[in-house]
Design a protein around this ligand. Structure first.
Ligand code: ADP
Length: 271
């Protein structure tokens, strides 16, 4: 029809009696997915190998040079514990991601009070915020706010966002969690409930924003690892929000802070 045919398309014509059979295959999507899968496997292997190499190295040291040095042994065991913890978090996040992907087509059906949920998330992360000298402030969470969803998964969404805000945006001293109603969301095309997680920290350079929810994408790898990050937190958030037919909006200004808003359709199936 006059449109450009991508290079990956193969066109084959078989002569047949009185005509031709034309088969058009567009393999560009399949190839892109295959490439993504290869990249993912390579990334996972790399992420697991780094702590594993450290563990193997320290085991050798403990068996050899550090065998009779209790102070060194303690220090190395501490490092090994941290590295094993890193592997543990990575496997935990990989399992979360695969669980969400498996369930992606199934519409979650629990009735959830988002207000209660965000109060609970704030309470769970309070000790971490206290340790970082950050106050978590909630707004709009006094009255019940109902949506339809998967409670464990939505809890994970807000947990990841608030934890990131404390970890990366904590320098601003305050993280705010706000629930509010939207009469008409132009993208979801209907009434919606929004949960906004905002910090007044360092912010994120605009060039990184479009890639932030990719698996293993980090603005500063060293910093993320130092803070115990796996690079999968926002990918998990994105998948869960998509499964809930919602959307994630990310706004950030360098030096001023970031704002992550989860927007979910307000419709509730009454059964
Ligand atoms: P990680 O496990 O590295 O935290 P995420 O997927 O949760 O992975 O986040 C990806 C990256 O986005 C982080 O490494 C960090 O660089 C950046 N980021 C996430 N949230 C914030 C925030 N509130 N402020 C600044 N940077 C952030």
């Amino acid at each position: 029809r006059g449109r450009d045919i991508p290079a990956e398309v193969t066109v084959s014509a078989l002569p047949a009696r009185g005509g031709a059979l034309i088969v058009i295959e567009d393999s560009s999507g399949i190839e892109a997915a295959e490439q993504q899968r290869r990249d993912f496997v390579a990334n996972v292997s790399h992420e697991l190998r780094t702590p594993l190499t450290a563990l193997i190295g320290f085991i050798e040291t403990l068996r050899g040079p550090a065998r009779d040095d209790p102070a060194a042994r303690d220090r190395f065991l501490g490092i090994m514990e941290a590295e094993a913890g890193r592997m543990n978090r990575l496997v935990r996040d990989l399992l979360s991601l695969s669980r969400v992907e498996t369930e992606e087509r199934r519409r979650p059906a629990e009735r959830i009070d988002l207000a209660m949920m965000i109060r609970a998330v704030a309470a769970t992360l309070q000790p971490q915020a206290d340790a970082a000298g950050v106050a978590i402030v909630t707004a709009g969470a006094d009255e019940p706010v109902l949506v339809q969803g998967d409670a464990d998964q939505l809890t994970q969404v807000f947990h990841n966002l608030v934890e990131n805000a404390v970890k990366y945006g904590g320098g601003g001293g305050e993280v705010s969690l706000r629930v509010f109603h939207i009469d008409h969301d132009p993208v979801l095309r209907g009434p919606a409930i929004a949960v906004e997680v905002a910090d007044r920290g360092e912010g994120i350079d605009t060039m990184h924003l479009p890639r932030l929810t990719e698996r293993f994408y980090r603005v500063d790898s060293h910093r993320s690892r130092e803070k115990g990050g796996t690079g999968l937190g926002l990918a998990i958030v994105k998948h869960i929000v998509t499964r809930h037919r919602g959307r994630l909006r990310i706004e950030s200004e360098k030096g001023k802070g970031s704002r992550f808003t989860v927007i979910l359709p307000e419709r509730i199936d009454r059964r």
